[in-house]
Design a protein around this ligand. Structure first.
Ligand code: NDP
Length: 461
């Protein structure tokens, strides 16, 4: 049977756009659909605008530090409207770049929500198209728990478009998005309450790094409301200020509540059942190591599969799929040693195993740590420290984990991730000459393994 397309992609975010362009480059006839804006979460309301807001908020610290370097500044003022609108303009520009990339690659864009009608038919805004192969790359969306008053809360989706900066904001959650936005709003001058149900932020990261981030957030003036669950949000005549009632009977007031309590795969309402595509217990599309679903001609990549929910991983998965199916170059996405960063202030970045994972999986390990005040703050006196950690497998001398909490951690760890991926040993790190004076040179000058047992990792409350 002749299909309209060799490949049809549902969802024009990072993974979908990459897969469609590469497949088209291999000669496939490709169509793609999108129901919001081409570019997806990362470009439109995620990584990119978020990082620009992080840059914007960091100026506050720079202005403070400048005085010790001899600068006299008039008390700085900030216009949220200027930052918000400039970020929105950049997002529009990138959206245009993505549209042109698709056009240039010969990929036909259909605007509208795509729904599978059967294994080869997709309905988009009342139109049907057919395709030999289909890729689902619909991403994920924020989840807000069912509590009374949840309609008053925003998520990161809305945070980029606020009419004005709130004087006070309560951010709920202790993951990536919560700590990043806590830093953003704090830097821009809002009073921030970070409400988390555990004793520390960033479950799943290296325990000492979690503590370092937690303490830094507290040090920067954010009110850390730990081991707290919100029971309901009460508005004043339907708007701010809001009274936040906690499960233990406490309450506090704020001008805006933002939920960052995780994201769920966008797998509902897209006709997966009609095409025989199964989801797992968590509602993500189940895929094999080739990103193939339970339907023979349908694949899925990115957050909708809930593997590692990061843009570069979705890009890798989409690229591998397109090369395998259309380029005659079969290759699987490699989910090992994926570096990542959390753009809290200061940043956390890592690659490889946490200390806890390494102990469990590898047995004997050697741990090297360094904690210091960055040189820049020796003059300004800013109370911010840098923490670094190398984890080495004792039997092989291989560096199996690199972790850092500090300025520019993401930039540094990206380079070190190559060394870890290449199987570098601690001896390789020791043989590398440092660049002086930098924070990064610490990674090649840590000579003495930490004496066990490891220090207590509970945050100093
Ligand atoms: P995360 O899964 O990172 O964190 C969710 C947080 O919300 C956790 O602290 C979790 O607590 C808490 N939580 C979950 N349910 C509730 C609840 N009912 N009540 C109170 N707290 C709750 O999700 P995010 O939304 O922060 O981010 C989603 C994903 O987006 C990330 O996993 C990441 O993959 C990606 N991302 C990546 C970024 C980057 O690379 N820099 C930036 C932003 C997002 P607990 O630990 O107890 O489960």
């Amino acid at each position: 049977m002749a299909y309209d397309y060799d490949l049809f992609v549902i969802g024009a975010g990072s993974g979908g756009v990459r897969a469609s362009r590469i497949a088209a480059g291999h000669g496939a006839r490709v169509g793609i659909c999108e129901d919001f804006r081409v570019g997806g979460t990362c470009v439109i309301r995620g990584c990119v605008p978020k990082k620009l807001l992080v840059y914007g908020s960091k100026f506050a610290h720079e202005f403070e530090d400048a005085a010790a370097y001899g600068w006299t500044l008039a008390p700085p003022t900030h216009s949220w409207a200027t930052l918000r609108d400039n970020v929105a303009k950049e997002v529009d520009r990138l959206n245009g770049v993505y549209l042109r990339l698709l056009e240039g690659a010969g990929v036909k864009l259909h605007m509208g929500r795509g729904r599978l009608m059967d294994r080869h038919t997709i309905e988009i805004a009342g139109q049907t198209v057919t395709a030999d192969k289909i890729l689902v790359a619909t991403g994920g969306a924020p989840v807000v728990p069912e509590i009374p008053g949840r309609e008053f809360a925003i998520t990161s989706n809305e945070a980029f478009h606020l009419p004005e900066l709130p004087k006070r904001i309560a951010i709920v959650g202790g993951g990536y998005i919560a700590v990043e936005f806590a830093g953003i709003f704090n830097g821009l001058g809002a009073e921030v309450d970070l409400v988390l149900r555990r004793d520390r932020v960033l479950r799943g990261f290296d325990e000492e790094c979690r503590t370092a981030v937690h303490d830094s957030l507290k040090q920067s003036g954010i009110t850390m409301r730990t081991e707290m669950q919100i029971q309901r949000i009460q508005a004043t005549n339907g708007k701010a200020p809001f009274t936040v009632h906690t499960q233990l009977g406490g309450m506090f007031e704020t001008d805006l509540v933002m939920y960052a309590t995780g994201r769920a795969p966008n797998a509902n309402g897209i006709g997966l059942d009609k095409a025989g595509v199964q989801v797992d217990k968590a509602g993500a599309i189940a895929v094999d190591e080739w990103s193939k679903t339970t339907a023979d001609n349908i694949w899925a990549v990115g957050d909708v599969t809930d593997r590692i929910n990061l843009t570069p991983v979705a890009l890798m998965e989409g690229h591998c799929f397109a090369d395998t199916e259309f380029g005659g170059k079969p290759r699987k996405a490699d989910h090992r040693d994926v570096p990542s960063a959390v753009f809290c202030q200061p940043e956390l970045a890592n690659v490889g195993l946490t200390e806890e994972e390494a102990r469990m999986r590898l047995g004997e390990i050697r741990v090297f740590t360094s904690a210091f005040k960055p040189m820049k703050y020796t003059l300004s006196g800013r109370q911010q420290r840098t923490f670094m950690k190398l984890i080495v497998e004792a039997a092989t001398d291989k560096v199996v984990g690199v972790h850092m909490v500090g300025d520019d951690a993401a930039e540094l760890v990206q380079g070190l991730a190559i060394a870890v991926k290449a199987g570098a040993t601690k001896a390789h790190f020791d043989a590398t000459v440092g660049i002086h004076p930098t924070a990064g040179e610490e990674f090649v000058t840590m000579r003495t393994a930490r004496v066990e047992p490891a220090p207590s990792r509970k945050a100093a409350e």
